[in-house]
Design a protein around this ligand. Structure first.
Ligand SMILES: [Zn+2]
Length: 348
């Protein structure tokens, strides 16, 4: 009886002593000092900026109405899109200078083959797919090699040659297939603003990704006396952009180019965050992903639990640093997977 009473007293004393240490040394990690979410616990956001879903606007065949009408309207609303160009098509080559401006305005170009005329054997397939890739690597500044989005032209003449396949050609040239046209074509499958915006709302409801493929856009000024193929009426196109912008501004949609969405999703699927160290003044994290860092180099959005007293903190990774606000004990920031230790430091 006596000995068990003494044992209890020792245990009580020991617990009190440990508690005292935790109070006196607040910079040490202290398991029972914080509330439910442990300091340093980090969540990788499903999409960049913790937006609910992704919506991609895609424009096919390098029609002049893209740079005449679509690009200025996208720029006005702070939106980007992917333009699938055909370098040897007259409508493109004649206006190559305009396409340079399209790139300078932040738009992304995709590979829609060199001529859009299909594939007649191995050599021709290499010219169509590889040739367009090399053209884009030269024409658009950036890393070489890098991932480029690919859209298969809507033709029926497919002969990739002996032992060759679309899959092998895409892999060889680091191309990423943008997906089927079926069910995504403006004018062709989807005719009204409401039908098109329903695609975006479907993505928001499921937390997924949706896309719309547009060919021509109605040209009012300049008046060329004719329209590009499947020209989407401006009174359908402009309200669509406005309604997409509303969803972007309220944090529901990430409107981006195909490759950025693909990179984010691929990196996130195998992303892991490890807490290297965490105390009441600083948190050190390591974010890794199995995606090849040569091609998958887009920062991910992370959300980390910080001590409740933190108002602002500095996030440092390599040469990058940024100050971010803490909201309800959580900070949100961008970090590169496999990009070295991430340090979060409280700003007093
Ligand atoms: Zn096409």
């Amino acid at each position: 009886m006596n000995s068990s009473f003494s044992l209890l007293r020792i245990r009580v004393l020991l617990v009190s002593f440990l508690t005292l240490i935790c109070i006196l040394l607040p910079s040490l990690p202290c398991a029972h000092a914080t509330s439910a979410t442990p300091v340093g616990e980090t969540h990788v956001a499903k999409w960049k900026g913790n937006r609910k879903a992704v919506f991609l606007l895609m424009f096919d065949d390098s029609w002049p109405s893209h740079w005449q009408v679509a690009v200025p309207e996208l720029v006005k609303r702070g939106m980007v899109a992917t333009f699938y160009v055909v370098p040897r098509k007259g409508e493109y080559s004649k206006f190559e200078k305009e396409w340079k401006k399209v790139v300078e305005q932040g738009m992304t170009l995709g590979n829609h083959t060199m001529t859009h005329d299909g594939f007649q054997g191995a050599e021709d397939s290499e010219m169509e797919i590889g040739g367009c890739t090399h053209y884009l690597l030269d024409f658009v500044p950036g890393k070489n090699p890098r991932l480029i989005s690919f859209a298969l032209p809507g033709v029926t003449d497919y002969n990739f040659g002996e032992g060759n396949s679309l899959k092998s050609l895409l892999a060889k040239h680091h191309l990423v297939d943008r997906g089927d046209f079926k069910g995504h074509g403006a004018v062709y499958h989807l005719k009204t603003t409401a039908e098109m915006i329903a695609l975006a709302d479907k993505a928001i409801a499921t937390g997924g990704l949706e896309y719309l493929v547009i060919h021509g856009v109605e040209r009012i000024t300049p008046n060329w006396g004719y329209q590009d193929m499947w020209a989407l009426k401006q009174d359908i196109f402009l309200p669509l952009l406005d309604q997409l912008k509303e969803r972007m501004d309220r944090g529901d949609l990430w409107i981006t180019d195909h490759i950025s969405a693909h990179q984010y999703e691929t990196e996130r699927q195998s992303a892991k965050v490890r807490v290297v160290a965490a105390d009441l003044r600083a948190i050190r994290l390591e974010c890794t992903s199995e995606a090849d860092p040569q091609f998958y180099d887009l920062p991910l959005t992370l959300q980390t639990s910080v001590p409740p007293a933190w108002q602002r903190c500095r996030v440092v990774q390599g040469a990058q640093q940024k100050e971010v606000k803490a909201v309800n004990g959580l900070v949100q920031f961008e970090a590169l997977p496999n990009g070295g230790v991430i340090t979060l430091q409280a700003i007093q």
